[in-house]
Design a binder for this molecule. Structure first.
Ligand code: SF4
Ligand code: SF4
Length: 386
């Protein structure tokens, strides 16, 4: 039975955080002695350079507390992450991670070196190129930040492993798995590969920073920071995400990596399988958490032969850049795998969008540093209430 530790924590104070994290590890039965002489990958969410208070990245003090625990128990922590657009080096430099990496003497792996991970149990994506550092590690510590997400509804333990795929290769996956359902299934293939695909399985522990989180149009600058004041832990990412979704009182059926994850036979097949230790879900539950607007109810219907540009434009939200906020930085253009964004034509001081090419992955919306991109419903979406 997967165990999830759920603890209250309303601060990023180092001593308190370390105490909570050690208590979490004890509750899930993980002995920190196992860190001794181990190469331990510590993978935070470093989506983009962002200020701590925006709650976009795993808090640097959460990362610090974890790497200190690894070091104090004789392990070698290695930071592995691949931000969306910027290099890892630049992202570290532009966040508080620079000071933590420097003062704690943390090795940073080059995320661009990849190797193919094969998992025959995958539904569709049996071979996935991930950062090579994972192959050399003994233990993986996944440090998700709990946030809302326009496509996957939430981003937590399962979604964070998407960062194992380097840089812009990530956004290309949206071309191969364009609907919300297909993308969630791809993430579950990747989650399965990371758990069962290595020739020697690696212990993977998910330590979730759910202290300051994001609601609304997360997981980037458009999301709204708020507090859940919780630290979650477990060795089953689907179970950890389930508990986080329940604490935020969101809908499990919309969190596809959880709902569909239950049918994957990855060590948890229903909520009844999960044992929560520490606080109860009811004691931690919030009642006013705001989800992302997410996709249209038609999002998963657009498969051949109905996935024509015209049908798409009628039924799916379009990403629209706002002239009053756009700085023409063109990060949206850089991340767009379908080539739908080009330089401003001059009529408006915003990039030009080609909605025929746009696959509605909303990566541009996620990474726009000015939160300048909004969703606008397709014409028939309004009429049919999608
Ligand atoms: S819409 Fe956002 S990401 Fe795109 S150019 Fe404008 S500010 Fe930059
Ligand atoms: S324009 Fe935005 S939503 Fe459309 S495909 Fe490109 S990144 Fe995705």
């Amino acid at each position: 039975m997967p165990v999830v530790s759920l603890l209250r924590c309303d601060t990023y104070d180092n001593a308190i955080l370390k105490e909570r994290i050690l208590q979490s590890l004890a509750l899930i039965g993980f002995d920190p002695e196992r860190f001794r002489s181990a190469k331990v990958i510590v993978k935070p969410n470093l989506l983009m350079p962002a200020r701590e208070e925006k709650a976009i990245v795993t808090h640097s003090e959460f990362f610090r507390a974890v790497v200190q625990i690894v070091k104090e128990n004789g392990g070698i922590p290695i930071l592995v992450e691949s931000p969306a657009v910027h290099s890892l080096e630049r992202t570290i430099k532009k966040t508080n991670y620079a000071e933590v990496v420097e003062s704690e003497g943390i090795m940073v792996a080059d995320p661009s070196q990849t190797r193919t991970l094969t998992f025959d149990g995958a539904k569709k994506f049996k071979h996935i190129d991930i950062s090579e550092a994972y192959f050399d590690a003994d233990i993986i510590l996944n440090l998700p930040k709990f946030k809302t997400h326009g496509i996957t509804y939430i981003t937590g333990a399962v979604k964070l492993l998407f960062g194992a795929i380097p840089g812009l290769e990530k956004s290309k996956m949206h071309l191969r798995a364009p609907s919300h359902e297909e993308f969630a299934e791809f993430l579950l293939d990747l989650y399965g590969a990371m758990n069962y695909g290595f020739s020697t399985p690696k212990p993977m522990i998910h330590l979730m920073d759910a202290i300051a989180v994001q609601e609304g149009e997360g997981p980037g600058p458009a999301g709204i920071p708020r507090r859940l004041n919780a630290v979650l832990a477990g060795d089953n990412g689907i179970a950890v995400d389930y508990v986080a979704v329940m604490v935020a009182k969101l809908q499990i059926s919309k969190a596809l990596t959880v709902a569909n994850g239950f049918s994957r036979n990855y060590g948890v097949s229903s909520p009844e399988d999960i044992q929560v230790l520490g606080e109860t879900i009811d004691a931690m539950k919030v009642h006013d958490f705001v989800p992302a607007t997410g996709g249209s109810i038609f999002s998963n219907m657009f498969r051949w032969p109905f996935n024509t540009p015209t049908v798409k434009n009628l039924f799916l939200d379009r990403p629209i850049p706002r002239e009053d906020r756009c700085t023409l930085c063109y990060q949206c253009r850089k991340i767009c795998a379908s080539g739908a964004i080009s330089a401003s034509s001059g009529k408006l001081r915003v990039p030009d969008y080609d909605y025929i090419k746009c696959i509605r992955c909303y990566c541009c919306l996620e990474i726009c540093p000015e939160a300048a991109i909004e969703k606008k419903k397709g014409f028939l979406q309004w009429i049919m209430g999608g």
